[in-house]
Design a protein around this ligand. Structure first.
Ligand SMILES: C[S@@+](CC[C@H](N)C(=O)[O-])C[C@H]1O[C@@H](n2cnc3c(N)ncnc32)[C@H](O)[C@@H]1O
Length: 469
């Protein structure tokens, strides 16, 4: 008798393969900037419309699958087209991620955390352009629901505090349904494709996009992925972080992604700015910083944009010390000039070389500012004629190629001498190397961006020469 060869059954990996492919698309979609080339030359940003539309395609691919059945049968199982309309499929998708969220509330928080860092979704800008599928009141309800989600996130002391009760999932369900309706409404009120940027419409689309990315992120986290869009999608920076006379948005996602790509900003910085300014609110725009009011950043590299955003309400002079001196002229003017309130006179040379430093002049809220990129040892700051108003420090350990100088402890008494006796200086530092010495601190807060730059903690507060008197 002939022996029958036993054929080993090849496991069906179609479900995991689909998750893997869509996860790459999902991550790319939050890291990329999208532009449209114009026939006349030049290009316009098509953010945040394009990433939102792509994310919706991706969401659509995800909710066609019956994930519960796919897990059980260990192969890709799609919902039956006869029994499931789109809404029913979306509900099934939510039901699939719900047990994971209940088991791991911190991951639910993580997925929707970007919504915490944008403006509260209230006010005139939340009024949608109605169409046959969407009424004004439906739009108002969506933004009220997002506001409820923002409040739930705000109330958490720790990410795992977020409630995973019926109320939370009802909000997710309602918002998901609205997003589904809105996808056809998205071009209403636009003059052209490149101009889906009526400021209010743009802000609404940002909210749709961040919510949808929260939903898809939660799915990928539930499927065991280590990272998801929620960890790196930039959150626009608003005028509550950097007050300007005109606008509610001072730096949009596109510019933030540009700054990150050029290494002028770090991935989590838009959230760092939002968190910092919730703890230490910037002063009213009528308060003008003096001519010597300065920011100091030792071992700065080319990490320019975040300290500038944070320091603008307090400083006119920005000292970035960076020992290494190349002929490189960082192209930050192109980013700075798009910050609401910034003006760079076009006839001014961009970077001016002045001894050991390169300087760049610009205006913010009508006041002259100067950026000094000083190519000298950090300690040379102690000989500058300045009034220290903002101290920013990170990424300066030996291991990172930094100075290893202990600015937050040993050198702090020297730094304090730069603060006028009757005044104080705001700080934001990672306290590395050497730890952060609280002796001169009148206020100290721990400031973590839990799911980004894991392991890096920040401290912020105020330094005062009198604190130790
Ligand atoms: C790891 S990089 C970090 C740059 C920036 N802090 C960041 O987080 O992106 C450290 C930088 O410190 C500079 N540096 C090291 N020792 C220094 C010193 N004594 N004075 C000024 N710059 C220094 C190095 O050239 C390097 O560019």
């Amino acid at each position: 008798m002939e022996e029958v060869e036993e054929v080993e059954e090849v496991p069906d990996r179609s479900a995991e393969e689909l998750v893997a492919v869509l996860h790459v698309v999902h991550c790319d979609n939050s890291r990329l900037q999208y532009y449209a080339e114009q026939p006349s030359g030049g290009r316009v940003s098509i953010m945040p419309l394009t990433p939102f539309v792509y994310e919706f395609f991706l969401f659509n691919s995800l909710y066609q699958v019956d994930w519960a059945a796919s897990n059980e049968k260990k192969k890709l199982v799609f919902h039956s087209e006869d029994d499931f309309n789109e809404v029913k499929k979306q509900r099934a998708f939510l039901s699939f991620i719900k047990p994971y969220a209940k088991e791991s509330p911190a991951e639910l928080y993580r997925a929707f955390e970007p919504l915490l860092h944008i403006e509260r979704t209230e006010g005139d800008w939340t009024r949608v352009t109605p169409d046959p599928r969407i009424s004004i009141s439906r739009g108002e309800k969506f933004f009220r629901d997002i506001l409820k989600l923002q409040v739930l996130l705000e109330q958490c002391t720790m990410p795992s505090d977020i409630p995973t009760n019926k109320n939370t999932f009802e909000i997710l369900k309602e918002c998901t349904h609205f997003i589904y309706l809105v996808r056809n409404n998205i071009f209403h009120g636009s003059k052209s494709l490149g101009e889906v940027s009526d400021p209010n419409q743009k802000r609404r689309i940002e909210v749709y996009d961040l919510f949808l990315k929260g939903l898809t992120s939660l799915f990928f986290l539930a499927k065991g992925k280590d990272a998801a869009a929620c960890d790196f999608v930039p959150c626009p920076i608003s005028s509550s972080s950097l007050p300007t006379p005109n606008s509610a948005e001072v730096l949009d996602q596109s510019l933030i992604l540009s700054a990150i790509a050029k290494r002028f900003m770090k991935v989590g910085d838009s959230r760092l700015v939002a968190r910092f300014t919730k703890i230490i609110s910037p002063p009213n725009i009528d308060i003008c910083p003096g001519k010597k009011s300065s920011l100091f950043y030792p071992s700065a590299g080319r990490d320019f944009i975040t300290p500038i955003l944070l320091g603008l309400p307090y400083c006119t002079q920005f000292y970035f010390f960076e020992r290494s001196n190349s002929k490189y002229q960082p192209e930050i003017a192109g980013i700075l000039r798009h910050i609401e309130g910034v003006r760079i006179p076009t006839n001014t040379p961009r970077w001016e070389i002045n001894g050991d430093r390169q300087c760049l002049d610009f205006e913010f809220n009508g006041i002259s500012r100067r950026l000094h990129w000083v190519h000298a040892d950090n300690t040379a700051i102690l000989h500058e004629d300045i009034e220290l108003k903002f101290y920013f420090h990170r990424g300066d350990s030996w291991g990172e190629g930094g100075s290893g100088q202990e600015w937050d402890s040993k050198l702090l008494p020297e730094l304090i001498k730069l603060i006028p006796a009757s005044s104080s200086c705001i700080y934001l530092t990672d306290g590395i190397p050497g730890g952060f010495e609280t002796q001169y601190s009148t206020e100290k807060f721990d400031l973590n961006v839990p799911f980004i730059e894991r392991g890096r903690a920040y401290y912020c507060g105020r330094l005062s020469p009198l604190a130790n008197a």
